[in-house]
Design a protein around this ligand. Sequence first.
Ligand code: RI2
Length: 320
Amino acid sequence: MIVPETAEKIKRMEIRGAGRIARAAAEALRDGALASRAPTNEAFRLEMEHAASLLLATRPTAVSLPNAVHMVMAGIEKPLTLEEVRAGIVTRADEFIRSSQHAVEQIAGFGSRHIRDGDTIMTHCNSEAALSCIIAAHREGKEIEVFATEVRPRNQGLVTIRTLNDAGIKTNFIVDSAVRSFIHDVDLVVVGADAVTVNGAVVNKIGTSQVAHAAVEARVNVMVAAETYKFAPRTTLGELIEIEERPGSEVLPDAIAKDLKNVTVRNPAFDVTPAEYIDLIVTEKGAIPPQMAYVIIRDYLGWDIGEFGAALGTGALNGA
Ligand code: RI2
């Protein structure tokens, strides 16, 4: 079945990036619903709920995943026929995929307005939303240059420099620890987000808070590109965003680690950048100061979203 396969790919990071993960989950639920041979309404719902929890259990941090799953699964408990429930899932999944892609295009338009001709931009990790702003600015004819980090341990920076190279954008590739050395050559930091909390903090790839910290110190503006479905309604109720810690073998090969009995590898995949370090969050609804995250959650997501996410994650970090 489609769902376990997709779940496995998300877990192994063959499918990665908060937006792509969300779209892949919606697609898997849709294809799972279409392929299901469940004989009764009840059996179908149970199967779909199981599929949803499989997807939710893959990676805990990117809120786009529970938000997408919730949007697709919304209302399946209503008294409808099996075919109506199936059709609802298919329609909502297609709608989510379409609007998610459209959101990235809109973010590109809004975000590029904040990039000036002659700007040097620093980016960290590989964010579709952040890159869309940079590429749009380049296509508008602005002369720009980029500093892109390596992004240990999974090297997402390689994907970023390839994309920038193919777009014809002059790019400098640096190791993560060189950020502060180059920040004075930079006019603007542009990064993506895996989650935005109600207090405007941004959860993104590990190292983002260091980049933002260096930028604040150097008085360089920090812009975050994030679709509204990356905002986390449940943080309003005090829920914390769980920071995924991935296997130590991603950082240090087991063959070496096994001889180092006193060494523990710590490998958190994300960190939290407080709202005070961020100048602007560009969403598909427009650019907002991080302090307005509450409004996005209230007006575009609603409080009940994320019910499926409620089962997720304990010990976490929320905001500053
Ligand atoms: P888009 C990624 O997570 C990065 O942290 C990136 O900044 C973020 O998702 C948002 O990416 P990972 O899957 O949705 O590489 O903007 O751990 O593409």
